[in-house]
Design a protein around this ligand. Structure first.
Ligand code: GLN
Length: 491
């Protein structure tokens, strides 16, 4: 079967269970597909076919011995900031050149235990700071729907790989929208679980109170299956929750009767492109047509979200990134004394956006400015959390846009950080409040660029995202469209 790369996780599971293909076949098909199109897309930083085939052979043996399961034999592409033992983990940065992970992140270990194949590392904005993957120091990733446009970010490689059919599913991370926004730009599903659902152990920290591992996939059901594997309590992450994973068995009925779906007009008043607004509103009408009740709600503090996030996230980043001192990890620029060594390493190793955040974060935490900026941002964060609490006392999920615009041109926004930051307005609130969220494809712009519908729910009610997302997805056709990529040779 030559088109295995184009299948969803659930389809592949069916084929594997029926003995119609092996995990090795899937790995080989993905490798061939990468050879054919990734020279153009640039999603992968590296992948080791032999190592993947070895893992796949082990999965095939487990299956032959009678084992089965949603992830058994399924290749997963990994964002370059998650540790996979024996692989590099460069976080899209020059600073981590030469670093080899001595251990598996918990989510990776869980995938391995379930028989998944760790297949390749995908590109990202340096240390997950950005929204276009242009901040990667390791190469350019293009949007498979329009090669002159960005794939979004920071998990741009993860989204581009899924959209280009060079990955079945991929892991990303979402601190302010980095799974949902690239999913919306590339026309795939992007799930950000509630804060604490997936262990952050082995995820290179950007802003620890906001970071969450997420999933990019072709369908909502695939995202749910992957979360079922990687989620759960981990004693190695003190912020991981002891709560059971939600029971998703009822979430795939397609039934939305009795569900209350909130719509907050504030999310449309933040410079949302008319085509995005039209597609999202149409999607909301569609959800209503499936039997859900639409409830108008309000989100009065949305306007403070970007300012609060761009104080809190850099503040946490400035302390988290202090560990990259040229002594313990990766590259080093030598000098006679240790302070000079650290300065030179960081000067040479970090790109401009990372430096900007470290400076900003150090500034807002410094004495005299701490109360004026950092504490104030925490207060705004509390108000945003309260907005969510009120919204979810009136409805089950909140629907709105993911990003105010579809994918922009490469080089179009990168020199204007403020405009970039403002593009995160719709995704940041869920991170500030710790809630769960998902992007599902809901249309295309007149330029043929994908548009995403954002579904938000309370932290540990991801089952509601799946219920609404799946019902919407299965009654529309957006998710089956594929970008036209020219293949350099037949796959
Ligand atoms: N675009 C946001 C930022 O630059 C979000 C990044 C993320 O979620 N990792 O910080």
């Amino acid at each position: 079967m030559s088109d295995l790369f184009a299948k969803s996780l659930r389809e592949l599971r069916g084929l594997l269970d029926a003995g119609e293909c092996s995990s090795r076949d899937i790995v080989q098909a993905l490798h061939d597909r990468i050879e054919a199109v990734d020279g153009t897309v640039g999603a992968y930083l590296e992948h080791d076919l032999q190592d993947a085939l070895k893992q796949a052979a082990a999965a095939d043996e487990r299956r032959a011995a009678g084992e089965t399961g949603p992830m058994l034999g399924i290749p997963v592409a990994i964002k370059d900031l998650l540790n996979v033992k024996g692989q590099s983990c460069r976080c899209g940065s020059k600073l981590l050149e030469g670093y080899v992970s001595p251990y598996d992140a918990t989510c990776v270990a869980k995938l391995r235990a379930a028989g998944a194949v760790m297949f390749g590392r995908v590109n990202m904005d340096e240390f997950a700071m950005g929204a276009s993957t242009e901040n990667s120091a390791l190469g350019l990733t293009r949007n498979p729907w329009d090669l002159d446009r960005v794939p979004g970010g920071s998990s741009g490689g993860s989204a581009a790989a899924v959209a280009a059919d060079t990955a079945i599913v991929s892991l990303g991370s979402d601190t302010g929208g980095s799974v949902r926004q690239p999913a919306s730009f590339c026309g795939c599903v992007g799930l950000k679980p509630g804060y604490g659902r997936v262990s952050r152990y082995g995820l290179t920290a950007f802003a620890s109170s906001l970071d969450q591992v997420g999933v990019l996939s072709k369908t909502v059901a695939d995202a749910a299956d992957t979360l079922g594997c990687i989620g759960g309590y981990d004693p190695r992450d003190s912020t991981s929750v002891r709560q059971e994973l939600p029971d998703v068995s009822g979430a795939f009925s397609g039934e939305l009767k009795g569900m209350k779906v909130g719509v907050a007009e504030e999310f449309f008043g933040v410079g949302v492109d008319p085509e995005v607004e039209a597609a999202v509103r149409k999607a909301i009408d569609h959800v209503a047509g499936l039997g859900a009740e639409i409830v108008p709600v309000s989100f009065p503090h949305l306007q403070y979200a970007v300012a609060a996030y761009y104080i809190i996230a850099p503040a946490e980043a400035s302390t988290n990134l202090a560990r990259f001192d040229g002594v313990r990890y990766g590259a080093r620029v030598d000098a006679d004394d240790p302070v000079e060594l650290m300065k030179r390493t960081r000067e040479a190793g970090f790109g401009p956006e990372v430096k900007r955040r470290v400076l900003l974060g150090t500034y807002v935490l410094s004495s005299g400015y701490y109360d004026a900026y950092y504490v104030k941002a925490l207060k705004a964060r509390a108000l945003i959390k309260r907005d969510f609490d009120e919204v979810f006392s009136a409805c089950d999920v909140l629907l709105g846009p993911v990003s105010p615009t579809p994918a922009y041109r490469i080089g179009g926004e990168i020199n204007d950080p403020l405009t970039m930051y403002k593009g995160d307005i719709c995704t940041i609130p869920a991170n500030l409040a710790g809630g769960s969220g998902m992007s599902v494809p809901c249309g295309f712009s007149s330029d043929g660029l994908p548009i995403g519908l954002q579904i938000l729910a309370p932290a540990f009610s991801e089952d509601r995202l799946f219920r609404v997302g799946h019902a919407y997805e299965q009654s529309t056709e957006w998710h089956v469209r594929k970008p036209q990529l020219t293949v350099s040779r037949d796959t």
